[in-house]
Write a protein that binds this ligand. Structure first.
Ligand code: DX5
Ligand code: ZN
Length: 216
């Protein structure tokens, strides 16, 4: 009964044609548009922030799934709400008060997602999972697209799924059809994919393949 969702990461698209790429992904059947927000501090890369989400908002009806890889995420929640984000994900490593960040996101009528880096033990997030709409298990070190999937992260997915049968579990990093199948067997149902979708001649087919393999 858990819905399979495919979330193309626009980080692998062309930021000069962001609205176009988003609409293409929606046409190809994407459930979420995954927006990777990086501050050059929490992760060693710099991408986009709320102003870009705000500019994009009138150009797409797609679900804007914003993955905040930033220090002090609590500073930015208001801006993302005003910009029109549908879901905000923040890293447990970036805060000492995950509970109030979740409350803040909910107060602003967005879905809340909590996420963790590969080196962070799953136990660190378990206490918050009854409050969130989604958990994101990173399957690469956050910062860049095009990295290799870390299969050992699936143990975290298994642990979470055992305790939370209805929770959306998203995986992000190095996901293509093969990895989607592995992650699905572990209990994941939301699949982020950047290079596996954008760096192929047929992105629509890539989305369909990831969905098919993620369903099995
Ligand atoms: C990495 C980002 C991912 C990344 C995924 O920090 O969170 O969303 O763009 O890209 P691929 O699918 O190429 O690993
Ligand atoms: Zn991401």
């Amino acid at each position: 009964s858990l819905k399979i969702k495919i979330a193309p990461s626009l980080l692998s698209g062309d930021f000069a044609y962001l609205a176009r790429d988003c609409e293409r992904m929606v046409d190809y059947g994407a459930d979420y548009l995954h927006m990777d927000v990086m501050d050059g501090h929490f992760v060693p890369n710099l991408t986009i922030g709320a102003p870009v989400i705000k500019s994009l908002r009138p150009h797409t009806k797609g679900f804007l799934d914003c993955h905040l890889m930033v220090s002090s995420p609590e500073k930015w929640i208001d801006d993302f709400a005003k910009a029109g984000a549908d879901q905000v994900g923040f890293h447990i490593e970036a805060t000492n008060d995950a509970g109030s960040i979740i409350d803040k996101i909910h107060k602003l009528n967005m879905r809340a997602c909590i996420t963790l880096k590969p080196k962070t033990p799953v136990d660190d997030i378990l206490p918050f999972l009854s409050k969130v709409d989604q958990v994101l298990v990173m399957t690469v070190e956050p910062g860049f697209g095009g990295q290799k999937f870390m299969p050992e992260m699936l143990e975290k997915v298994r642990t979470i799924r055992k305790q939370f049968p209805e929770l959306d579990i998203q995986v992000d990093g190095g996901i293509g059809p093969t990895e989607a199948r592995l992650a699905s067997s572990a209990g994941a149902n939301v699949f982020v994919a950047g290079s596996a979708i954008f760096n192929t001649p047929d992105p629509k087919k890539a989305i369909e393949e990831i969905r098919r393999m993620g369903t099995e």
